[in-house]
Design a protein around this ligand. Structure first.
Ligand SMILES: [Zn+2]
Length: 153
């Protein structure tokens, strides 16, 4: 493990999100939110052998579940998740792009039913994605859109 790894606060318990596409860490925080327990440390533009640069996020004392960590795929499909307990990695998790995204993003179409009826929650179908972008289609109005942080509710 390189010295650089320790520039981000080392955690005894919690969730480490590694190999995030550089500068996407803040967007991922937008989705996951800052939890009310424990420290959240964010490292941006770390050197990484595999991809050149990477971001890292560590949530101390917070265990994210798979439904939450799969949402990271929206901005970083190759991120990895390590669950740490008592200084040991107890789970190495790969993320999978969800096929449907509920609630997290809003529809950019102003006439969409989801923007006009308070009881109508958003639902998007993931159409395609690559390293840099994810294209989703609104289940209600069929509008296709690239997921950008401005669309996160
Ligand atoms: Zn819509």
């Amino acid at each position: 493990m390189s010295d650089q790894h320790y520039r981000v606060f080392k955690i005894e318990n919690g969730t480490v999100i590694d190999h995030i596409v550089p500068t996407m860490a803040l967007k991922i925080i937008d989705i996951l939110g800052i939890r009310d327990k424990g420290l959240v440390s964010i490292g941006i533009n770390f050197d990484s052998g595999k991809t050149g640069k990477k971001d890292i996020i560590k949530f101390e004392n917070v265990y994210l579940d798979k439904t939450e960590t799969d949402l990271i795929a929206l901005f970083s499909p190759h991120a990895t998740i390590n669950i740490i307990k008592d200084n040991k990695v107890i789970e190495k998790r790969k993320i999978e792009m969800p096929s449907v995204i509920n609630s997290i993003i809003k529809c950019p179409n102003p006439t969409c039913v989801t923007n006009n009826y308070r009881d109508c929650d958003t639902k998007f179908i993931v159409e395609r994605f690559d390293e840099n972008s994810t294209i989703v289609r609104c289940y209600y109005c069929e509008k296709e859109t690239t997921v950008i942080s401005e669309l996160i509710k």
